[in-house]
Design a protein around this ligand. Structure first.
Ligand code: SF4
Length: 372
């Protein structure tokens, strides 16, 4: 099942075939949303949409961390880089456009922007180069946030700070449940590894069946069938389809570290807007490490300049907002595969390997869906 273009049924392994039979035998039709770029990658790469029965539609929500990072936060990182800070972040994040340009564009204009693989690399750079003011632009979901917390609980050098654009997954799913036509949710297994299954319970209480799934083809098929079973039983609950990794209570050590360092705040999501309690910012105790506070005077006025630059730039229409909320599919975008490709991305969904446009273009123009 390596090809996104309709794998032949005889090539499907036994267990997956059995799960497909069970899904096909169920009379339950479902429109399911997953909220994870890794799930989308497995689905597109293996052409799952082409082998699922027509009664099952799987759509993607906001599962890619760089895709949901708002332009405003990227603008702040760019202003800091333009004003002498050394801004370090993940490779994909460097390519995502803010309102005027990306961090990579700023780098090509002379700003000190560097790629790192983790916050630890950023701290190591600050230790090695005390003459630099190192700002780690920390984005992502509950999967990467514990590492940020762990670093800050150790002593970091004075010339290190964190610009956070960290997101909590459950509040965003809650908003989508109200806004999008969807019957059930596949919750991300890696996020649930940290936070457990309980934070998804309010969704089930609203009447949406939820299953926490892993990332193999069989995990996703099992998850779909578990959702059908909930509907057949006439209930909605949170099922754990990834028990080899996920515990109901999550990872207590990681949760405690996160709680010591961060507190919840409202947060802006690209394509969705402001969501109550969906962000994690540094607690007062760590404000010296908070780049948003430390450099506020520097970026406050310059961000306006960037917005003005944006107004005079010819922005190509990008429908990532609709894609991130399950309201559109990549081929509906006129730029898809034309003016927007992974080498020359127009919007964030074409940049990361977790982006929906990237996966649909790379593995199949239809995201492994039925063409008819
Ligand atoms: Fe945006 Fe490109 Fe996707 Fe269109 S194809 S929605 S421009 S990322």
């Amino acid at each position: 099942m390596e090809n996104g273009n309709s794998p032949s049924i005889s090539a499907i392994p036994k267990l997956e075939k059995k799960l497909l039979e069970r899904i096909g035998n169920s009379k339950v039709s479902l429109r399911i949303m997953h909220v994870c770029g890794t799930h989308e990658r497995t689905i597109a790469k293996n052409g799952l949409r082409s082998i699922l029965p027509k009664s099952i539609e799987v759509i993607s929500g906001p599962g890619c961390p760089v895709c949901v990072t708002p332009e405003e936060d990227i603008d702040i990182a760019i202003v800091l880089a333009r004003n002498g800070m050394t801004v370090v972040t993940f490779g994909d994040m460097m390519r995502v456009p803010g309102s005027s340009e990306s961090l990579l564009d700023s780098k090509s204009e002379g700003a000190d922007v560097r790629m790192v693989y983790s916050i630890d690399d950023a701290v190591a750079l600050a230790e090695k180069k005390p003459e630099l003011e190192v700002v780690f632009f920390g984005i992502g979901f509950e999967t990467t946030i514990p590492a940020n917390a762990a670093s800050l609980l150790r002593n970091t050098p004075d010339n290190f700070s964190l610009l956070t654009s960290q997101k909590r997954t459950p509040p965003a799913i809650g908003i989508l449940a109200n806004d999008t036509e969807v019957d059930a949710f596949i919750a991300p297994g890696h996020v649930a590894t940290i936070i457990g299954t309980k934070p998804f319970e309010p969704l089930a209480k609203k009447g949406f069946p939820v299953v926490v799934s892993g990332f193999e083809v069989r995990d996703i098929l099992l998850g779909i069938n578990m959702l059908q079973i909930q509907i057949e039983e006439g209930c909605s609950r949170v099922d754990n389809g990834y028990p080899r990794v996920v515990k109901q209570e999550g990872n207590q050590v990681a949760l405690e570290m996160m709680d010591k360092v961060f507190e919840t705040s409202d947060s802006e999501w690209r394509g969705i807007g402001r969501i109550e309690n969906s962000g994690l910012v540094l607690r007062k105790k760590f404000e010296e490490k908070d780049a948003a506070k430390k450099y506020k005077d520097i970026y406050a006025s310059f961000v306006k300049t960037i917005r003005k630059e944006a107004e005079i730039k010819d922005k190509k229409c990008c429908i990532c907002a609709a894609i991130l909320t399950g309201k559109a599919k990549p081929p509906q975008c006129p730029n898809f595969g034309q003016t927007c490709t992974p080498k020359s991305p127009v919007g964030p969904c074409m940049i990361s390997q977790e982006g929906m446009c990237y996966n649909w273009l790379r593995y199949s123009r239809e995201g492994g869906s039925r063409l008819a």
